[in-house]
Design a protein around this ligand. Sequence first.
Ligand SMILES: NC(=O)c1ccc[n+]([C@@H]2O[C@H](COP(=O)([O-])OP(=O)(O)OC[C@H]3O[C@@H](n4cnc5c(N)ncnc54)[C@H](O)[C@@H]3O)[C@@H](O)[C@H]2O)c1
Length: 318
Amino acid sequence: MAEVGKIVNIMNILVTGGAGFIGSHIVDALIAQEHRVVIVDDLSTGSRRNINAQAMFYKLDIRSSRLEKIVRDVKPQAVFHHAAQMDVRRSVQDPVFDAQTNILGTIRLLAACEHAGVTNIVFASSGGAVYGDGTPLPTLESAAPSPASPYGIGKLAGEHYLRYTGARSRCRWVALRYANVYGPRQNSSGEAGVIAIFAQKMLTGSGPVINGDGRQTRDFVFVDDIVRANIAAVKSKKNGIYNIGTGRQCSINTVARLVARAAGYKPSIAHGPAKEGEQRKSAIDSHKAKEQLRWNPEVALEEGIEKTVAWFRQRKAR
Ligand SMILES: NC(=O)c1ccc[n+]([C@@H]2O[C@H](COP(=O)([O-])OP(=O)(O)OC[C@H]3O[C@@H](n4cnc5c(N)ncnc54)[C@H](O)[C@@H]3O)[C@@H](O)[C@H]2O)c1
C-alpha cells in the first residue's frame, strides 16, 4: 500500500480505469483513507482481481450514454480519470478507436462531470507521448508538445478539453504527465511496461529480448509515487499540467540487469532488432510538481524493481 498524504474531508470519488494497473492502486489508497469510491471500467485491459471489494463497481465503457446518469447519481467531489486505450502501437494501427476512447470518451466524461457539478478532476496524461522526440532532457512542461503517435495526440487533446471544462465550470483540474510507470499489477503481456515484461519472462525462465542495443533510455517512476501525485493534485487546489517522473534516464540494459538481479535470473539477455521509430531517450523534469504540489518521487528504482519482481513471484506461486 502506498504511503500517501491524506485528503482530510471524506469524499465521494469516481475513478475511471479503477480496475487497471494505476487506477486500482489509487482506489486502494483512497479506500484506506475511508473515502467512498466508485469505479467505472469496461475491463478491456483491467481485471476483476484488481478491484477493491469496498469500492462500488460499474462495468461500463466511458463512451456509454449511461455514464452521465451514473456520475449524476454518485455526485463525486473528485474524479480521477485513468480509463484509456493505452497501447501506442494500437493507436497507430487504429487511430479511430484510440480517438473514440481517449478523446470522445474523455469529452463524454468531462461533460458528465460538468453537469454533475464535480469540483476536482485529475487526468492521467503522458510525458513520454505528449512531448515526442527532440525536446531537451529532462523535458519541462514548457517544452512545445509534438506527439509522435495518435495516442500522444489524444492525451494532449484530453488536456485541452480538461482545461476548457475547468474554465467553463469552475472545476479545479490537474493533468499529470506520467513518465514510464511500473509496479505490481502492471500488464506483462502488453507492449508497454518493460519492467513487468522482463520480470514475468525472467521468473518463468523464458528469455526476455532487449530491442536493439538497449542503450535507449526511459524515466521510470514507481506506481506508489504516482498514487501520491494524484492525491497531492487534489489536495493542492491548483489548476495545471505537471510532469510526474524522476528526471533521470535509465537505459533498458540497466533495467534488465536490475530485474535479473531481483529475479535471480542468470543467463545472458539476448538483443533483437531495434523497434522502428522507437524514441531514443526520454526523461521529464518534475520541479514544478515539487514546488506546487509538494510531490517528490520517493521510491528508488532498485527498491521499486524488487517490489515489482516480488509481486510477480507471488502471483506465479498462487
Ligand atoms: N503505465 C504507464 O506507464 C502510463 C504512462 C502515462 C500515462 N498512463 C495513463 O495512465 C492511465 C492508466 O494506465 P495503466 O497503465 O493503469 O493501464 P491499464 O490498461 O491497466 O488501465 C486502463 C484501464 O482503463 C480501462 N478502460 C479502457 N478503455 C475503457 C473504456 N472505454 N471505458 C472504461 N474503461 C476503460 C481498462 O479496462 C483498464 O482497467 C491511462 O490513462 C494511461 O494512458 C500510463
